[in-house]
Design a protein around this ligand. Structure first.
Ligand code: TYD
Ligand code: MG
Length: 456
């Protein structure tokens, strides 16, 4: 008997290879290759069907109507903004995130809102029983409208149900539990996840149904990660946050119908997720008074300015090698900024350990953060607190110059709205700003000037 053919797949990104490899050439991850039976060719979507060669007909764009009601609001403004003003009919949205972060909860709440607004919604769970769903639903609130549930993992059956029911929105929770009979590998394997998504895509596009797919992010274990299907879906959202903390951030990493810079902020409460429409307030809450090493920065997330605190702790190093860590921002960027401080301002940073942290569990890599990191480091080094009513933003270059950043006006306005009195910003941005009352603007050209401005 001929040996069954197998193929190796990367669990992270789905890269295919005939032999096992230690490092994936696609995503550069180590040890991610798994062996799976090769998918049959010639079967699949056209098997058993006679195809007429004249079946397909091209269309003109002018013939296609796009109406406003093709976008369905989800009842969460935070989610609508991330999606690009609501759910698009016929789109496939992947919601990824660590297990237990709140993906099922968020989608169940979305289902509830959609059903309340008169949409027909079908929630298909391969992970939980109807009883478990009901327990969760009871925490969230009363369910009304046309919202039904199905516990099933066989996608061929699911496809039949979707075609029969023809709902407006379908939730698949989670893709890693779904399987197709014609694929011989186990649910969660790369070929299953891929083929399942393929089938869902055809169903969604064919019937004009919006489909949300839940995908667990797995560092280890035998299931394929959501990255395997990122390229197949229209929109990829990641739900992030510290599980021990109550705040959750929804981020779009791909969006065919909107911007990918937007984030949505939620808080996990006893009764489900609650949107946080002013994230700056929560990010700045609990700021220590008169502590050195804290600087408030103003960053842009898409179209929305966000204020947050950068904390730095600089202590004399006990060993020859200084320790540096960066939580919530780029480690190499912090090293670079310390080298600039050392060279341009003659601070002996190499004699100190430095720890930099973005408070509130946010991850930020905007260049405008640079100046706040620099000033937080200097404040901690000198043990001199920065005035708590000062906000700082600006990019720092290698010669210690402070470079301009975009959307200075929005940043200053947000700072003013939250009661800040002083703003240290790149000098070049000053010219673009209209006269602002109520907030003192200090334009700086170099980090030296910024350090002087910080001292008052
Ligand atoms: P869940 O949505 O099951 O996560 P996922 O689908 O991403 O795996 O989230 C479960 C967590 O959320 C669990 O730790 C309990 C918590 N939770 C609340 O704090 N409040 C609630 O109202 C609900 C429904 C869950
Ligand atoms: Mg879940």
């Amino acid at each position: 008997m001929a040996k069954a053919k197998t193929i190796f797949f990367c669990k992270e990104c789905g890269y295919e290879s005939a032999k096992w490899m230690g490092q994936c050439p696609g995503c550069k991850e180590w040890n991610t290759f798994v062996e799976e039976p090769a998918a049959k060719t010639g079967g699949g979507r056209t098997a058993g069907r006679r195809i007429s060669k004249t079946a397909a007909k091209p269309a003109y764009l002018a013939e296609i109507s796009i109406e406003d009601h093709d976008r369905m609001p989800t009842g969460f403004q935070e989610l609508d903004r991330v999606l690009g003003s609501g759910i698009v009919a016929g789109s496939l949205v992947l919601v990824g995130g660590d297990p237990g972060i709140g993906k099922s909860t968020l989608l169940l709440q979305v289902c509830r809102n959609l059903a309340l607004s008169g949409k027909k919604v079908l929630y298909i769970s391969g992970e939980e029983s109807l009883k478990q769903i009901k327990i969760r639903a009871n925490r969230i609130g009363e369910m009304k409208g046309d919202l039904s549930f199905l516990c099933e993992t066989n996608l061929d059956i699911i496809q039949g149900v979707i075609e029969g029911e023809h709902p407006d929105v379908v939730i698949i929770d989670s893709i890693q539990t779904m399987f197709r009979e014609e694929i011989s590998s186990a649910p969660g394997s790369v070929s299953q996840v891929r083929e399942s998504t393929n089938l869902l895509m055809q169903t969604a596009k064919g019937l004009g149904i919006a489909v949300f797919i839940v995908g667990h992010v797995t560092k280890e274990g035998m299931v394929a990660g959501p990255r395997v299907l990122e390229h197949m879906v229209d929109t990829v959202l990641y739900f992030e946050g510290d599980r021990s903390d109550t705040y959750r951030i929804l981020r779009a990493v791909k969006n065919r119908f909107g911007s990918t810079n937007e984030i949505g902020v939620f808080e996990m409460r006893e009764s489900g997720l609650q949107e946080v429409s002013n994230p700056s307030e929560f990010l700045l809450s609990g700021r220590p008074k008169d502590a050195s090493g804290g600087a408030v920065a103003c960053l842009m997330e898409g179209t929305r300015p966000i204020l947050l605190e950068v904390q730095a702790l600089v202590t004399a190093t006990n060993f020859g090698m200084p320790r540096r860590t960066a939580a919530g921002t780029d480690y190499n960027r912090v090293n670079l900024l310390m080298a600039v401080l050392e060279k341009r301002c003659r601070y002996e940073m190499s004699r100190y350990d430095a720890y930099v942290n973005i408070a509130g569990g946010m991850r930020m890599n905007e260049p405008a953060l640079d100046l706040a990191i620099v000033l937080a480091l200097v404040s901690s080094l000198k043990d001199k607190p920065i005035d708590p009513k000062t906000v700082i933003f600006g990019e720092v270059g290698l010669s210690g110059e402070v470079r301009g950043v975009s959307m200075a006006e929005q940043r200053v306005n947000e700072a003013q709205k939250l009661g800040f009195e002083t703003c240290i910003l790149p000098r070049i941005c000053l010219d673009k700003l209209k006269k602002t009352d109520g907030i003192r603007l200090i334009g700086v050209e170099t980090i030296r000037e910024a350090i002087d401005a910080m001292a008052g």
